[in-house]
Write a protein that binds this ligand. Structure first.
Ligand code: BGC
Length: 417
């Protein structure tokens, strides 16, 4: 089962989740809510294999990103791991709060830091895919209203302009070719303004829609800016797609599916369809409209493991006629019990979509490292590489070597179901 030539293989991370010592809206929120999270975690029943890892959901330090994986200082060591596993691409994000800690004041030292990150990847033969914004906000911007602030699109485009003009291809030897403006616009908008379980914890549908619209504007503005600086760059977003399945194909369930698709999967993409060079696909979920998921296998955070779903979401993206890079796909699995199976099965489904004409050009597993899983904290382990949060020692998981074999063969050999 061979993949196309020059298919990009790798993994992804995001600044706040791995770097350590960030100062943004999340850092403050984590400090203010950690105690409460411990309290509500005590109401749940946790398996021993979760409670025996460190930190666990009953410990306050679990909820505070702190030094995280110290990837900010150890990125070279981490890219050595990626290289040793044969990765040819790596997705990471730039931390806005480091680049623009005060409104309109850009920190050249931090831009230089990311230049070194890019260089380190290039030196190892790894193509960088760079996300400009993976959810965390500088404090000044939070104080101005964050993503619902009227001027958010302007602020974002100004930040994008600064970063891209310093790090994109024409100006910079070894510069970046792939830019991802925004990570999962609907996920950040809905958690922050609809479900109210992420900062600033508001539950207001009008604000939610306002946030989504603002992110559409922000993407379009940034897209135009980036292309005006570097017309050869490739610009997209990382879009969270869910496979909604109409239970037993009943007509009412098909209507529910269409509505969910329209809102969650296609609304944003339709609005930006002429302002993207590729689609970045982040994929984790399958939902059965009008029925229940079978949940035959679930990950440590209770998400159904249903690798067929990626085939369907890919097919549903075909209509946009753009190259697709899978910018996230993965699972929390501290015992590394399902990871090998999940990666192989997912890739089998990706391959099937490619055979049916979907232009998939790369796959980035989430994540290269265990990391800070937002409101859950550190306990969910998504990494190809395990992090010992006491010593910061890195240990490559067995499934990562299996993924490396697939990469080496540019495909799956002797695959049996
Ligand atoms: C996000 C990541 C997150 C992952 C697993 C994606 O929605 O982009 O930041 O860690 O899912 O939940």
């Amino acid at each position: 089962m061979k993949f196309p030539e020059n298919f990009l293989w790798g993994a992804a991370t995001a600044s706040h989740q791995v770097e350590g010592n960030t100062e943004n809206d999340w850092t403050e929120w984590e400090g203010a809510t950690a105690k409460l999270k411990v309290k509500s975690s005590k109401l749940k029943v946790w398996p021993d294999y979760i409670l025996s890892s460190y930190p666990n959901p009953l410990q306050e330090e679990n909820y505070i990103s702190g030094r995280a994986c110290d990837h900010y200082n150890r990125f070279k060591e981490d890219f050595d791991i990626a290289k040793s596993l044969g990765h040819t691409a790596h997705r990471f994000s730039i931390e806005w709060s480091r680049i623009e800690p005060e409104e309109g004041k850009f920190d050249e030292k931090e831009i230089e830091h990311y230049r070194q990150v890019i260089l380190a990847l290039r030196e190892r033969g790894i193509e960088p895919l760079v996300t400009l914004w993976h959810w965390t906000l500088p404090l000044w911007l939070r104080d101005k209203g964050g993503i619902v602030a009227k001027k958010f699109p302007e602020y974002f485009a100004r930040y994008a302009e600064k970063v891209v003009s310093k790090l994109s291809t024409p100006g910079v030897e070894n510069g970046v070719r792939f830019w991802i403006t925004i990570n999962e616009p609907l996920v950040i908008s809905s958690h922050s303004y609809l479900k109210g379980n992420w900062p600033p914890q508001i539950k207001n549908p009008i604000k939610y829609l306002g946030a989504v619209k603002n992110l559409i504007k922000a993407h379009i503005k940034a897209y135009d800016k980036i292309k005006s600086i570097d017309s050869e760059s490739l610009v997209g977003i990382a879009k969270h797609q869910i496979y909604f399945e109409a239970y037993e194909n009943h007509s009412i369930n098909r209507i529910m599916k269409s509505f969910a698709d329209w809102h969650w999967n296609f609304y944003f993409l339709n609005k930006i369809k002429d302002k993207q060079d590729f689609i970045g696909l982040n994929h984790y979920f399958h939902k059965t409209a009008g029925g229940k998921n079978k949940n035959e296998k679930i990950s440590d955070i209770g998400w159904e493991l249903y690798p067929e779903a990626i085939y369907h979401v890919l097919k549903e993206l075909k209509k946009y006629n753009k190259p697709i890079y899978i910018t996230e796909n993965g699972l929390a699995d501290v015992q590394d019990k399902y990871r090998e199976w999940f990666i192989k099965e997912s890739l089998k489904n990706v391959h099937k979509a490619i055979e049916e004409g979907v232009a998939v050009r790369g796959y980035m597993y989430w994540s290269l490292l265990d990391n800070f899983e937002w409101a859950h904290g550190f306990w969910p382990r998504f990494g190809l590489t395990e992090i010992d949060y006491k010593t910061l020692e890195r240990k490559i998981r067995p499934s990562a070597y299996k993924y490396a074999e697939i990469i080496k063969n540019n495909g799956i050999e002797n695959y049996t179901n």
